[in-house]
Design a protein around this ligand. Sequence first.
Ligand code: ZN
Length: 352
Amino acid sequence: MRKGPRKEEEDRQIPAAEDRAPALPLSPSELSGHLLGAHVSIAGGVERAVERALQCGFSAAQIFLKNCRQWRAPALRPEEASAFRKAASASGLFFFGHAGYLLNLASASDLLAEQSLQALRDEVERAKLLGLPFLVLHPGTAARGEEPEAALSRLAHRLRSLFPKGSLQPEVGIALETMAGQGSQLGWRLEQLSWLLEELDDPRRFGICLDTAHLWAAGYPIATPAGYRAFTAELEERRLAARVWAIHLNDSAAPFGSRRDRHEHLGRGTLGLSAFGQILQDPRWSRVPMVLETPKEDGGEADCRNLRAILPFLSEKPPGTRLEKARRAPKNGKKALAFLPDRTYRVYHEST
Ligand SMILES: [Zn+2]
């Protein structure tokens, strides 16, 4: 996904994470209670993901439940699932899942929609077996030339059918991801996500996942303090702030507002490091898991470097604002944050 050096990047002299930060694993004291990590591979068995996350010193990690570019996958063996649950529980890490890329629950084709729904049901079952609290899902795409409204209604209808009526405690929630808006992609405008969540009317089962690279490419100017303030004000206004269950920390190789989805190492893209500072220092997200989805050409080392590049933001607090803000933290924000960790710990404790 990563492209070669670009002219404008050289001109701007953006400090690259690789040039600034060593590839040393993180230590818990450096994370000061934040849930920080990366997407980790499940190659060689899902329990290997725990090893990989521990090697880098993460406190949170995202995994796929199966190959993300295939419809079918061998069933998850019970011993594999229990090995993961044990290891994950012992690690104390916050794990959550990401659903496959082929799914399109908004499809105008009933056949593709049914296939997507079945695949998602299978992924939810896998997540349940692994004790994951939620799955991040791409909202999908509208048909070519179609207005998004019709596609969004189909999506809401199908998502509702995912959980049988009257079922008790939701075991695995769905976090709809903010997208870059490529082609006829849905979910790149906050109003679409807020419409969906209102329509679904089930805050325990449905939340959202912010992706910094997607937000930037979609035209939300989160790089500057004023842009970030406007963005979070819109999140609050649309009642989405309290529904943020996870954040993807990615820089963008595509320009602001380009509606193109190209992830880049932190500080190497058009978004820049300071955007991540604003997110890390925002008390609204102090208990929301944040994970990288940046290129991994040198294995776990790239993840360590990318996280080390933004760690200084955790200790450098903006004077006079953080405590004040924490005291005034929105009640709805508190509710969502209390909800997430409790649920994970509950699931983990049951598994041990
Ligand atoms: Zn995603």
